[in-house]
Design a protein around this ligand. Structure first.
Ligand SMILES: C[S@@+](CC[C@H](N)C(=O)[O-])C[C@H]1O[C@@H](n2cnc3c(N)ncnc32)[C@H](O)[C@@H]1O
Length: 202
């Protein structure tokens, strides 16, 4: 990670902007490289840390990233310009639940409102190419998904955790998908269509 990206990360952490852990983002970069992904749609930009990290590590990937919070969107845009990556990272200020995608991508990264994982998946999975991959972050939700009994008195949190678990079960129930649950960072899921190997050069 270069100095500028480290500064962006430290600023985000000091302002309590949620960003991916280094372990998670490194795993994602490895997965994108393995699958030879050249295009990525990210749901949940925050201030651009994950998309900047990915664009720095994979020099031929193009990224579209969606953020609904206007302040974070503006900050992300500034960071992308400062890091000279505006030709490869397109940040869009929109609610992803209503945003219309108009092109196919090699990879989809879902890292936004955790209770909406299924809505994001249903909306954008049709735009993932047959050999594409989907990565979903924060499935452990800071350990809460394993300890739901402890959330008896925290109704909103319990509901969110239940939605994360329901989404996982839904993906596991789909006979057309293969799922890898990864215990890195805050818990990730790597989803592919069954019967398709990695290779986008076709
Ligand atoms: C965990 S942060 C993203 C972190 C970023 N991927 C990173 O690692 O640098 C989640 C972001 O998703 C945004 N978000 C939540 N729901 C959204 C929606 N429906 N549409 C677009 N952005 C959304 C939030 O405003 C927040 O900034």
């Amino acid at each position: 990670m270069n100095d500028k990206l480290e500064q962006i990360k430290q600023k985000a952490l000091s302002q309590h902007v949620p960003i991916m852990s280094d372990d998670s983002i490194r795993y994602i970069v490895t997965s994108l490289l393995t699958a030879q992904c050249k295009s990525l749609l990210e749901i949940g930009t925050a201030v651009g840390f994950s998309s900047l990290f990915i664009a720095q590590e994979i020099n031929d990937i193009v990224i579209t990233t969606i953020e609904r919070d206007e302040d974070r969107y503006r900050q992300a845009k500034e960071n992308i310009i400062e890091m000279n990556l505006k030709d490869r990272i397109d940040v869009i200020c929109a609610d992803a639940l209503t945003y219309s995608c108009n092109r196919m991508v090699d990879a989809l990264l879902i890292d936004a409102a955790k209770a909406q994982n299924k809505a994001f998946f249903d909306r954008f999975f049709p735009f993932v190419k047959p050999r594409g991959i989907v990565i979903v972050d924060n499935l452990d939700f800071h350990g809460h998904t394993e300890n739901i009994e402890e959330l008896k008195d925290r109704r909103n949190l319990r509901q969110m955790v239940n939605k994360i678990k329901t989404f996982e079960k839904y993906i596991a129930s789909r006979s057309d998908l293969s799922v890898e649950r990864v215990g890195i960072g805050d818990g990730l899921m790597l989803i592919r269509r069954i019967g398709h190997s990695f290779n986008f050069d076709k």
